[in-house]
Design a protein around this ligand. Structure first.
Ligand SMILES: [Zn+2]
Length: 264
């Protein structure tokens, strides 16, 4: 127990002041995958994209939509996938504010673990089996990734046997999540994606404004699932960990929303 506490403390301290880094190995398989597909090179602009972000429509986030627009402008994020917990209400409102920047996504809690859906047309309820959830996502041509699959400190983490059951039905694994405060959880996700020849996404998993942009991909512009798959083959990740303290921040947000009627 003492050793685990020391490891957590060390991992957290090691993230303080860490510079933004580029991990070529994060999307190593993405680049390999490029060699396997037969498509002409897209003559497309490269855009900085955030794939995992929560708004006040999640019960543990303090990010309101107006501040989100400003943060994206300040951090030069051209596209952002809004992935609230089990709802697309915030993403729909965000898209009304800025249709070209915001993409409707959802982080869905299934019976086995959490899934990230991108390009959602109809909200998927939580609590279904992973396979049923994937079936509903496929029926609306959504892109499917798995958020922080091997972080045991998250409620929606995956058991290996369960994730192996869906590995042939998903598009990607989130190979870097800024809220994983033990780096080896991201390493395991990266190794799993490489071993199973899956594309990799990254995400800040922002629940507060200062977390937005901690993990982004710069990739060719895209507007649907097929073009996103292709764009990911040329993605360059820019990632950094957020540190342990952000979890206390979102717990505070959760507590404050439960004890007051204030919309943060
Ligand atoms: Zn999340």
């Amino acid at each position: 127990m003492f050793k685990q506490v020391l490891e957590l403390l060390y991992s957290w301290l090691s993230t303080l002041g860490s510079p933004t880094i580029v991990h070529d190995e994060i999307t190593a398989y993405n680049h390999f995958y490029l060699l396997q597909i037969d498509q002409p090179m897209l003559q497309s602009e490269m855009i900085k994209t955030e794939f995992h972000c929560h708004t006040t429509y999640s019960n543990d986030s303090t990010v309101n939509l107006q501040d989100l627009v400003i943060a994206c402008e300040n951090k030069h994020i051209q596209k952002l996938v809004v992935t609230d917990h089990n709802t697309i209400s915030g993403a729909i409102q965000a898209q009304k504010l800025d249709p070209h920047r915001f993409i409707i996504g959802e982080e869905i809690l299934t019976q086995q673990g959490e899934l990230l859906g991108i390009f959602i047309k109809e909200e998927i309820p939580q609590g279904l089996s992973a396979l049923k959830t994937i079936e509903l996502l496929r029926s609306q041509e959504a892109f499917i990734s798995v958020s922080h699959p091997f972080d045991p400190f998250r409620a929606g983490h995956w058991e290996m046997t369960d994730i192996l059951d869906i590995v042939s039905s998903i598009d990607a694994i989130e190979v870097f999540n800024s809220r994983c405060f033990v780096p080896r959880f991201n390493t395991r996700a990266r190794e799993f994606s490489h071993h199973n020849k899956l594309l990799g996404t990254v995400g800040s998993d922002a629940h507060s404004i200062i977390e937005i942009g901690k993990a982004t991909l710069t990739l060719p512009n895209f507007d649907d699932t097929p073009s996103l798959k292709y764009a990911l083959t040329m993605a360059q990740p820019h990632v950094r960990l957020s540190g342990l303290w952000v979890h206390f921040y979102s717990r505070y947000a959760y507590w404050r929303k439960r004890t007051t009627s204030v919309v943060l």
